[in-house]
Design a protein around this ligand. Structure first.
Ligand SMILES: Nc1ncnc2c1ncn2[C@@H]1O[C@H](COP(=O)(O)OP(=O)(O)OP(=O)(O)O)[C@@H](O)[C@H]1O
Ligand SMILES: [Mg+2]
Length: 432
């Protein structure tokens, strides 16, 4: 179930990031493509087609012995990757202005292709290189002596060929770079996402497992009192004619069963309530010193019965701003444990120490203590260090988990220390 959830999370994450990345790369590529294209177009832009002549128009014949003569003037001075061929209206070559050492047939072939596709500003392949060309009609801009000027279109055309191989290569290189960077990013992203997906899923899976365990434990704990009640009820039924007085023993067992169930249900409700964030805790100022004295008073009989030595060091009139009901519940849970797990004639010490911003409450009892390996687990639900004593003393292992949930919700901290066979000490701190 969680693998599926993780995979979904992973797929979603990957899909989102790759879409964003592909879009970004596509935009980068398109911008570069556009820039290069406009640079090519700019270079092919025929500013050179106009010849300015002062005086009368003199259309010169630029052929030499029937062979095109090489023009000695470059029209596009900034560019050494182009050549220009001047042709007449039939596409016959008149002049060639070229820095390249190419044979006449090559120029002829280039002109033939270009002249054949007159209206297209398209690309051709020549001598293993890519060329773009543009055809412009030659014009003469004549300025007369009287200052008037006019433009005359000639029957000559300039075909400019621009070597765009490097541009194409640059674009191709950019595409390859983007692709490889994209693939590397995707691979890295996959592992990073996998790592985070696992990290995100892990606490959910753990919480789910805990919840499952909790339901199983709670049902299991409920089974015992229910079977006690059932068994004793059957005994009662089997002796219908007996008096209630003579059957009191069975009735007492039923009462123990219902009491245990009541405690368990109350504890479960308490836990559920504390874990429900919608359940609001109180936040009022109260005298915690008085409260602790009250709680101690309520267990004086048990202390006397077990012959426990009891000391308390509680500073008077310590005020705390928190939830008094819940704090009382925690103190009762801890005191109940101390009484339960102290051997007869043992000792319990309670202290309340205030500091400027905190109060520290601790309760220490002698006895078996808690084995070191159990210390981290005792705050878990249904955890008992010694399950064999469960029935005997009516423990469910819920007290400390309730205490921990309460203290944490109140923004405090609770922890246990113990030396086996000597003592166990529980401490909680709260902001004042
Ligand atoms: N003061 C203590 N001295 C020794 N062991 C303790 C003490 N307090 C708790 N423990 C150990 O920690 C376990 C968990 O305590 P917790 O209060 O959660 O449950 P419980 O007392 O067993 O049952 P419940 O409180 O639900 O009646 C106990 O079963 C016990 O083994
Ligand atoms: Mg307890």
């Amino acid at each position: 179930m969680f693998t599926k959830l993780r995979n979904k999370f992973l797929i979603l994450n990957m899909a989102m990031t790759s879409t964003v990345m592909t879009t970004a790369f596509l935009v980068i590529y398109l911008i570069s493509y556009n820039n290069i294209n406009s640079e090519i177009t700019k270079k092919l832009n025929p500013q050179f087609g106009v010849q300015t002549i002062i005086g009368e128009s003199e259309l010169d014949d630029s052929t030499e012995n029937g062979r095109p003569k090489i023009l000695n003037r470059r029209f596009s001075a900034d560019d050494t990757y182009s050549f220009i061929v001047q042709v007449d209206e039939h596409g016959e070559i008149l002049n060639i202005d070229s820095p390249f050492n190419m044979q006449d047939e090559i120029y002829k072939k280039a002109v033939d292709i270009a002249w054949g596709n007159k209206h297209k500003n398209s690309a051709i392949t020549l001598e293993g290189k890519q060329w773009r060309y543009s055809i412009t009609q030659m014009k003469q801009h004549i300025i007369q002596e009287n200052g008037q000027s006019y433009t005359v279109a000639e029957n000559k055309y300039n075909i400019m060929f621009l070597d765009v191989t490097t541009y194409k290569e640059t674009l191709f290189q950019l595409l390859m770079t983007l692709l490889s960077v994209g693939i590397v990013i995707l691979v890295v992203l996959f592992f990073v996402s996998l790592y985070f997906a696992n990290r995100v899923i892990q606490p959910i899976a753990e919480a789910w497992e805990r919840q499952k365990q909790f339901v199983a434990d709670a049902s299991h704990e409920l089974k015992t009192p229910i079977s006690i009640i059932n068994a004793n009820y059957d005994v009662l039924l089997a002796n219908k004619e007996e008096t209630i007085e003579s059957q009191l023993k069975w009735l007492d067992y039923i009462k123990i069963g219902t009491d245990r169930m009541t405690k368990l249900v109350n504890d479960l409700l308490s836990l559920a309530k504390m874990e429900d964030m919608r359940f609001e805790m109180q936040n009022i100022v109260f005298n915690i010193s008085n409260m602790i004295h009250d709680v101690i008073l309520s267990v004086e009989a048990v202390i006397a019965e077990k012959d426990i030595r009891f000391t308390s060091s509680i500073e008077p009139d310590i005020m705390v701003k928190s939830d008094p009901e819940r704090i009382k519940q925690v103190i009762m849970i801890l005191l109940d444990n101390a009484l339960k797990y102290t051997d007869p004639k043992g000792q319990i010490d309670i202290s309340l120490i205030p500091s400027k911003h905190h109060i520290v409450f601790s309760i220490k009892n002698t006895g078996k203590g808690i084995p070191e390996q159990d210390l981290p687990k005792i705050f878990d639900r249904f955890y008992r260090a010694d399950p064999s004593r469960t029935y005997e003393i009516g423990s469910y292992g819920l007290g400390l988990s309730i205490a921990k949930t309460i203290i944490e919700r109140l923004g405090g901290e609770i922890y246990a220390e113990s030396v086996e066979k000597e003592y166990a000490k529980f401490t909680f701190t709260l902001a004042r």
